[in-house]
Ligand binder design. Structure first.
Ligand code: SIN
Length: 491
């Protein structure tokens, strides 16, 4: 365990107020919200705790801004986004430091997240210029039929704490590229990164009110205030499946468009012809990125029985070697869980599996002292019916289960109501293709532990969500189609 006492002084220029209509303001109620470092449990900042009144003002500002922003040229929006991209990279160090302090992930990972966040802004600054329409052959010569695409309107973005920068830019960059204006509610656990990103957007010079930020402890009330208003046309959300289901219900009255990136329960299927060096390296990234707190984290290691012992031994050695501690300490590879309930869920999954017959190969316990740390853990003998095989653990737990045939491996992988990401490892091209086609998931990593990238469509099947982020699909999500029939043409 690396030392937990480190200097957590925040960058000096981090905003702590709400951003509404281009102005930084305290909450209407003057209330503030404490932000803590999950590695020490110490409060590191207080930010404005926005209320329903503030949320309504933010929506009003976005509505006013939309009337002008939708008329700006795609090339102008592209330039604002390009400036934002450059500003994010120029502030890579303070942004990464904020991410580590409020989220807990190691600094090297936080730097990687800033690059990942910036890549969405770069990609959509370029895609902004490629929103094309169509002409459609008419049945008579006096008509012309056209389909054009226009911004969907004012968008609410509700973002999670596990990627405090990248989940914001993945939503905001395409929305702004399309000409939408945004009200953003970042996770209350990680508001500082969001506020810093918003400051950089403002400094890029776009019109006031294009991005408004409400940090709040009253997430549900703020969502209600926005979604009961007919002028809000779209909600884009990353978070848990139960909250996503709640948003589907809330969207019904105003028939708001939805993009939902929800929970996962990713299988990591290892066939007996897999290259074990490559597989273990992929397992480390897919399982331990952000300490396992990712929707695409592998949750169930399904290993063909004749290589079970070799895989378990290699996975255990690699996991036991991981260095745990405060994310700002050089060399640390695993930080804390985000909070007490997050840590308890991992411990509950371990206890449940052990009670039902699994065995600990390494780890298995919380660390004493402050901070929400759980040892990187490997469990063998994991079976269907254990919680770790059915629910998303969101923590540093490698749960290993065996299968015999390819059919059994695929069937086990598909035996989940979730369908975000799945992974498969094999040296056979035929098997790779066959298995990829049979997996009921929106994302498949074939001999690959980190498939996420700005230019590919990211999203889930079944309980894992609706819609795609990234790629051209990510921009489509913020556009409405309009069909124009033009008659009376003297051909
Ligand atoms: C997530 O965990 O929601 C996103 C992970 C990713 O973009 O790879």
């Amino acid at each position: 365990m690396a030392a937990r006492q480190v200097d957590t002084t925040l960058p000096k220029d981090v905003p702590t107020q709400l951003l509404i209509g281009g102005k930084w303001r305290p909450a209407h109620s003057s209330q503030t919200l404490a932000v803590s470092d999950p590695a020490t449990e110490q409060v590191v900042a207080e930010v404005a705790d926005g209320s329903v009144e503030d949320a309504r003002l933010a929506l009003e500002a976005a509505v006013v801004a939309f009337s002008g922003f939708k008329k700006t040229s795609a090339y102008q929006r592209s330039r604002w986004l390009r400036s934002w991209f450059e500003a994010i990279l120029a502030h890579r160090d303070p942004l990464a430091r904020l991410i580590t302090i409020e989220n807990g992930k190691p600094l090297t990972e936080a730097l990687g997240e800033v690059d990942y966040a910036a890549s969405f802004v770069e990609w959509f600054s370029e895609e902004a210029k490629r929103v094309y329409g169509r002409t459609i052959p008419a049945t008579t010569t006096d008509r012309r039929l056209l389909a054009i695409r226009q911004p969907v309107g004012v968008v609410a973005a509700i973002t999670p704490w596990n990627f405090p920068a990248a989940m914001i830019t993945r939503k905001l960059a395409p929305a702004l590229a399309a000409g939408c204006t945004v009200v953003l509610k970042p996770a209350s656990l990680t508001p500082l990164t969001a506020l810093y990103l918003a400051k950089l957007w403002q400094e890029a010079g776009p019109p006031d009110g294009t991005l408004n930020v409400i940090t709040t402890s009253q997430a549900s009330a703020v969502a209600d205030a926005w979604m009961s208003d007919q002028r809000l046309r779209k909600v884009t959300f990353t978070g848990s499946t139960p909250i996503g289901q709640e948003l589907i219900r809330k969207s019904a009255d105003q028939v708001q468009r939805l993009s939902l990136e929800l929970g996962g329960q990713a299988p990591f299927v290892v066939f007996d012809d897999a290259d074990l060096d490559l597989t273990i390296a992929a397992m480390l990234v897919s399982k331990f990125r952000n300490g396992g707190q990712s929707c695409v984290a592998s949750n169930r290691m399904l290993v063909q029985r004749n290589i079970l012992a070799a895989f378990t031994e290699r996975a255990t050695a690699a996991t036991a070697a991981l260095r745990i501690g405060h994310g700002l300490t050089p060399g640390v590879e695993i930080g804390p869980l985000i909070d007490r309930p997050g840590r308890q869920k991992v411990l509950d999954h371990i206890a449940d599996a052990l009670a039902k017959g699994a065995q600990v190969q390494t780890g298995g316990r919380a660390l004493d002292g402050s901070g929400f740390f759980v040892q990187p853990t490997v469990l063998s003998g994991v079976q269907p019916g254990m919680r770790v095989m059915e629910e998303e653990t969101f923590g540093p737990l490698v749960a290993i289960s065996a299968f015999d045939t390819e059919e059994q491996g695929v069937a086990l992988a598909n035996s989940s109501p979730f369908g975000l990401a799945a992974y498969a490892f094999t040296a056979s091209a035929g098997r790779a293709w066959r298995v990829a086609e049979r997996l009921e998931y929106g994302i498949v990593g074939l001999n690959e532990g980190l498939p996420s990238t700005a230019q590919a469509p990211f999203g889930g099947w079944k309980l894992s969500g609706i819609g795609r982020e990234g790629a051209s699909e990510g921009l489509d999500a913020f556009l409405e189609e309009k069909y124009i029939a033009w008659g009376g043409i003297d051909a």
